[in-house]
Design a protein around this ligand. Structure first.
Ligand code: 5GP
Ligand code: ZN
Length: 113
C-alpha cells in the first residue's frame, strides 16, 4: 500500500472507493461506515497527517478542499451539513491522512460527542 497509508492508496486508486468528486488535488468519496444518510470524506491526494500538519507550504489544498466541499454539497442538494476533522487519538482520528467528513441528512446535536 502506498506509504502504508490507506487514504494514499485510495487516492492512488489502489483501493476502490465510491467517488463523489475528483480533481488533480483532491478526492471526495463516500465513507465506508456512514454516520448520517449522507457521509463523504474529502482528502488531499498529497499525504498530510492531519490538520496539525497543515503549514504555509501545503495549506492551499485546504482552501481548495473547502471550495470542493461547497461545490459538491450544492450539487448534491445539501441545504445543511456538518464538516468535521478529527485530529489525534483522543478526538477519534483513526486514519492518519488529512480528511474532512461531510455529514448531512439528519438532525445533529451540539456539543458533538
Ligand atoms: P477518522 O476516524 O480518522 O476521523 O475517519 C476515518 C473514516 O474513514 C471513518 O469514518 C471510516 O469509516 C472511514 N474509512 C476507513 N476505512 C475506509 C475505507 O477503506 N473506505 C472508505 N470509503 N472509508 C473508510
Ligand atoms: Zn496518506
Amino acid at each position: 500500500m502506498t506509504n502504508d497509508c490507506l487514504f494514499c492508496a485510495i487516492a492512488a486508486g489502489e483501493i476502490p472507493s465510491k467517488k463523489v468528486y475528483e480533481d488533480e488535488l483532491c478526492l471526495a468519496f463516500y465513507d465506508i461506515a456512514p454516520q448520517a444518510p449522507v457521509h463523504f470524506l474529502v482528502i488531499p491526494k498529497a499525504h498530510i497527517p492531519s490538520v496539525a500538519g497543515v503549514n504555509s507550504a501545503n495549506s492551499a489544498v485546504v482552501a481548495h478542499i473547502f471550495e470542493v466541499i461547497a461545490h459538491v454539497s450544492r450539487e448534491l442538494g445539501l441545504e445543511s451539513y456538518r464538516v468535521v476533522s478529527n485530529i489525534g487519538d483522543q478526538a477519534g482520528q483513526t486514519v492518519h491522512h488529512l480528511h474532512f467528513h461531510v455529514l448531512s441528512g439528519r438532525d445533529m446535536t451540539w456539543p458533538p460527542g
